[in-house]
Design a binder for this molecule. Structure first.
Ligand SMILES: O=C(CO)[C@H](O)[C@H](O)COP(=O)(O)O
Length: 272
C-alpha cells in the first residue's frame, strides 16, 4: 500500500471513531495527512479551528468554515482536534513541527477535550528521535544565537536554523514570523525507561521526553517546543479538567499492509 493510501486509511479510522456531526468545534491540524480528515459525514454548523495558514487553506478548500483560534469565545472547549505527527513513541508522546506549525498546533490540541493523531506507518517508533532526526523549536529571531548555544549546552550536537525555500530569502518564517531551530538529540527516553532506572535528566546525555521539553521551553527566546507530552485529555477529564492535554488520546497509523493500528495508553490494536 502506498504511503498516501496509508494516510487516508488512518484518517478514515480516526474520523469514524472520534468525529460526530453533532459537534460544534473541531480542531484541524497541519500537514499532508490531515487533508484526508476532511472526508467527513454530513454536518451543518461546525466551526473548524485551524492551526495556521496551511490548515486554514485546507479547511477552505474542503468547503468548510474556519474559525480562528483567537476568535473563540473564552468558555469554548473544542470537542475534538485532529492532527498529524512527525514521530510517535509507544507512550504516545509526539514530535510535531515538521511543517513549522507547532505553536498553534499545541494551542489547539490543549484547547480540545480530546486530541487525536493520524499518521502513516513510518511515524511509529518505540522512542522519539529514532527515525525523525530533530526536535523543531520555534524561536524569536533576535534570540537565535543564545538559543543555539543553550541547546548545545543541553546536549544537542548540531542545532540548525531551518532555511527557507530560497537561500537568498533567509530562514523559514513561521505563522508568527518566528524562526524554527531543528535540534538533534540522542534518542529520547520514555517514563518507562525512567521507572526502570534511567536518569533521563540529561546528566548522562540522555533525556526523558518531558524533562527535555521543560528544559528547552525554559530557554529565553523559545516560544514553543515540538514535543507533545504529559497528560492526555482523558487523564485531565478524570481529574475534573475540561481540556489541556498535549498528548493524543489515540493515534491511528495507516500500515503498509492496508490495516490501521490504533495506539492508546492501553497498547496497540490492529483494526480491520
Ligand atoms: O506538525 C506538523 C506540522 O507542523 C505536521 O502535523 C507533521 O509534520 C505531520 O505532517 P505530515 O502529515 O505531512 O506527515
Amino acid at each position: 500500500m502506498s504511503v498516501e493510501a496509508a494516510k487516508r486509511a488512518a484518517a478514515r479510522a480516526a474520523v469514524a471513531a472520534h468525529f460526530s456531526p453533532s459537534y460544534t468545534y473541531v480542531g484541524i491540524g497541519s500537514g499532508t495527512t490531515i487533508i484526508y480528515v476532511h472526508d467527513l459525514p454530513p454536518h451543518h454548523t461546525i466551526h473548524f479551528v485551524p492551526t495556521g495558514y496551511q490548515s486554514r487553506q485546507v479547511i477552505l478548500k474542503a468547503g468548510l468554515t474556519p474559525t480562528l483560534f483567537d476568535h473563540l469565545p473564552d468558555a469554548v472547549v473544542l470537542d475534538v482536534a485532529f492532527d498529524g505527527a512527525d514521530e510517535v513513541d509507544e507512550e504516545l508522546n509526539c514530535i510535531k513541527g515538521g511543517g513549522a506549525c507547532l505553536f498553534q498546533e499545541k494551542l489547539v490540541a490543549e484547547r480540545a477535550r480530546r486530541f487525536v493523531c493520524v499518521a502513516d506507518y513510518r511515524k511509529s517508533q518505540p522512542r522519539l528521535l529514532t527515525s525523525w532526526p530533530t526536535i523543531p523549536i520555534e524561536v524569536a529571531p533576535i534570540a537565535v544565537s543564545p538559543v543555539l548555544r543553550s541547546l548545545k549546552a543541553l546536549g544537542s550536537p548540531d542545532p540548525i536554523v531551518r532555511p527557507g525555500a530560497l537561500d537568498k530569502s533567509g530562514p523559514l518564517k513561521t505563522d508568527q514570523d518566528f524562526f524554527i531551530i531543528d535540534a538533534p538529540f540522542p534518542t529520547l527516553l520514555t517514563t518507562k525507561d525512567v521507572s526502570a532506572g534511567a536518569k533521563g535528566d540529561g546528566s548522562d546525555g540522555k533525556w526523558e521526553v518531558q524533562a527535555l521539553s521543560r528544559a528547552i521551553k525554559a530557554i529565553t527566546g523559545v516560544l514553543e517546543v515540538g514535543l507533545f507530552a504529559g497528560s492526555d485529555g482523558d487523564e485531565i477529564a478524570a481529574k475534573g479538567g475540561k481540556a489541556g492535554g498535549q498528548k493524543p488520546v489515540a493515534v491511528y497509523f495507516g500500515m503498509e499492509d492496508g490495516s490501521v493500528v490504533k495506539r492508546t495508553q492501553g497498547g496497540d490494536e490492529k483494526l480491520a
